[in-house]
Design a protein around this ligand. Structure first.
Ligand SMILES: Cc1ncc(COP(=O)(O)O)c(C=O)c1O
Length: 390
């Protein structure tokens, strides 16, 4: 007998029921710098990707209010048809100069950018080699393009080269990775990847969502961190992390970006980013340009304090090179238990369980952003001192 339709789409919540705790899809009643009210409980916000504390910065909010007054809530049309507002155009041009590439186009979200660029740029006989741990949006984007997609072992350059050696039958070859892997905080060896792409005439596609505004001497992301000049590939980044807003940037040469503006399905068939969101990210970018060093100093100090408190309490913390704190927990059950323990201590975190991570590699991710103040940090450190294994 076939299953009733409803069972086919049922979500297995047995673990949440067993543990009396569901960390996902919570309702947020209020949010201030470094703090979040989760269904009535004020928590220190170690869950969001607000690395620099810009999402609640009053200058960002003011810029959004002004854009709302000037342009209304929405452009109510696609950028190709109804045009892009001035803050969007300004954001595109400032973003491109910030990272040192020729041109940028901004999508409504980072996911949408990654999902749709491959459909526009790759043909079915092209090859997409993608890091095994790359973000779902990159994997789905490559799948949507119908190009041949093959994963290479995470950050394994020997494996990538082996695959490139056998790739000459494909007219175009793309090599896809993230600059900073968001669950562990490890960096991809961008310099080696770009060198391999140069040697085998492949096009690098770098997702810098967790790098922009975070790594590089001036916060210009992965390309600055690895001192990459004359990047000729495709660069993407979510604007909903360190830049404190919303949107997805894609940057490359003028020709590629112009082609995407007129041909990329995710742009030409979708309502553009709201003017308020564009103005907010633009304000965030201007703050990063001026204040990156002081904000980053606070971010890294917070990370160091959390890591040493966890070490003192006997926990090993994955040693990422980004300000992401990844606490390995093991099974999905142990991971959710740890997130619950932290939540009961008023610390809101992000537990990663399969399929986001391999089985047995569950972890609780924390970002102690620059917006978390001294008082909250002191409370968090006290909580870590009392933390027990799950
Ligand atoms: C590496 C990476 N790429 C893309 C995305 C998607 O970006 P957005 O949240 O702007 O849709 C995310 C965010 O979850 C991400 O971590």
């Amino acid at each position: 007998m076939s299953k009733p339709a409803a069972t086919l789409w049922a979500t297995d919540k047995s673990l949440a029921v067993k543990l009396g705790y569901n960390p996902y899809c919570r309702t947020i009643k209020a949010k201030q710098a470094g703090m979040v009210n989760v269904e009535g409980c004020d928590c220190i916000d170690f869950a969001s990707n607000d690395y620099l504390g810009l999402a609640c910065d009053k200058r960002v909010k003011q810029a959004m209010v002004e854009a709302l007054d000037c342009y209304g809530a929405s452009m109510c049309g696609t950028p190709v048809a109804v045009g892009g507002c001035h803050p969007l155009r300004e954001l595109e041009s400032r973003f491109a100069s910030f990272i040192g590439l020729e041109e940028t186009v901004v999508f409504p979200t980072g996911y949408q950018a990654n999902l749709s660029i491959f459909s526009a740029l790759a043909d079915p006989d092209d090859l997409v080699l993608i890091d095994h741990y790359a973000h779902a949006s990159l994997i789905q984007g490559a799948q949507c393009s119908r190009a041949v997609m093959k994963p290479f072992l995470h950050n394994n350059m020997a494996h990538l080269e082996k695959m490139l050696l056998k790739s000459s039958a494909h007219p175009r070859r793309f090599v896809v990775t993230e600059s900073v892997f968001s669950t562990s905080g490890t960096l991809a060896p961008l310099d080696e990847i770009i060198e391999l792409c140069r040697r085998y005439d492949a096009i690098p596609v770098i997702d810098d969502s967790h790098g922009i505004g975070v790594i590089g001497e001036n916060g210009r992301g992965g390309l600055e961190e690895f001192e990459i000049k004359d990047f000729t590939g495709i660069y993407t980044a979510s604007l909903g992390k360190a830049l404190g807003g919303q949107g997805g940037a894609v940057s490359a040469s003028h020709d590629i970006i112009d082609y995407l503006r007129y041909s990329c399905p995710g742009l030409i068939y979708s309502t553009g980013l709201t003017p308020a969101a564009a103005a907010g990210v633009l304000a965030g970018l201007e703050i990063v340009e001026r204040e990156f060093w002081s904000l980053a100093k606070r971010l890294w100090e917070n990370k160091a304090l959390v890591c040493s408190a966890l070490l003192v309490s006997g926990f090993s913390v994955a040693d990422g090179q980004a300000p992401i704190i990844s606490l390995p927990c093991g099974s999905a059950e142990q991971t959710i238990r740890m997130a619950k323990q932290l939540h009961l201590a008023s610390i809101f975190t992000t537990p990663f369980i399969p399929p986001s991570v391999p089985t047995g590699k569950g972890c609780v991710r924390m970002i102690a952003g620059a917006g978390v103040d001294d008082e909250s940090m002191a409370r968090a450190l006290q909580a870590f001192a009392n933390l027990t294994e799950c």
